[in-house]
Design a protein around this ligand. Sequence first.
Ligand code: PEP
Ligand code: MN
Length: 338
Amino acid sequence: MIVEMRKGATPEQVDGVVQRARSLELSVQLNLGTDKTVVALLGSNTGQLSTDIFAVLPGVESVTRIMKPYKLASREFKARNSVVSINGIEIGGKRIVVMAGPCAVESEEQLVKAVRAVKRSGACVVRGGAFKPRTSPFSFQGLEQAGLELLGQAREQFGIPVVTEVVNPQDVSQVSRYADILQVGSRNMQNFALLTEIGKSKHPVLLKRGFSCTVTEWLTAADYLLAEGNNSVILCERGIRTFEDSARFSLDVCSIPVVKKFSHLPVIVDPSHAAGHYSLVPAIAKAAVAAGADGLLIEVHPNPKEALVDGLQSLTPSDFARLMKELEPIAQSVGRYI
Ligand code: PEP
Ligand code: MN
């Protein structure tokens, strides 16, 4: 249930709503907007409560039931777009934020070459996996702690924020020391213990869409993060599994405007995992920007032929530089810049 306070409602009136909700054993999330406060009331029995219980309280403008399974990620709860700020870089603002780097951190030399190249071409966040969630237990699992340390060094050396994946709830605080943004991978979108732990940490988080999950399930997973008070949530569309098998996954380009319609959260797109092949990445990246994505997450490797993971879908530094140039007019045409 969403209680919208009147413009100019006093803090005491807001508190009156909060106290009434607590007396009914509901939990409460406040969205203190610039001109209006919205109170979300959460609990398993809100369906049985009359909206009048809150509508009669002083300072209340309206009370609405949210019929969708997700609440805090919804536009009803927060009408204005959320902007997540990472060291002054705004995700969800006018700039298309490009995060780029190798799938996995493999060595100091590989990472340094990749960071230097992507930064020079205009990426403002570097990606690189230290913990890799692999389909097979026999595949390279990442350098783990050593990989995190290399990412930490690159962050210092190049002054660029880092996004890297965390796969285990127990690793959240360790990974947070090196990462400016924690990535939740597609296979972990519904790992609720992991989401809750990241929610509690309040660390900025990139929540990838599960490749067999609906947009509704994705936004409901985001509620796990938001419910713990973590408001720095960025969504990432990375393709879903359909009957079509000519690319690695099918990029659901529709999900971008759908998320924008139903949620206030920023959404970026990973064209690399959708494509599975470097030759398809530029077209998918351009489609994403044209459709309203707030940023991109792109795999770039200094030497894709030697990559330990995802070499086929990784761009070379020169392909990436070309793509960044080609994205400029597309960003402009939708009122953004890159
Ligand atoms: C990745 O970003 O390298 C990755 C494993 O992505 P996904 O979880 O989308 O498969
Ligand atoms: Mn990858």
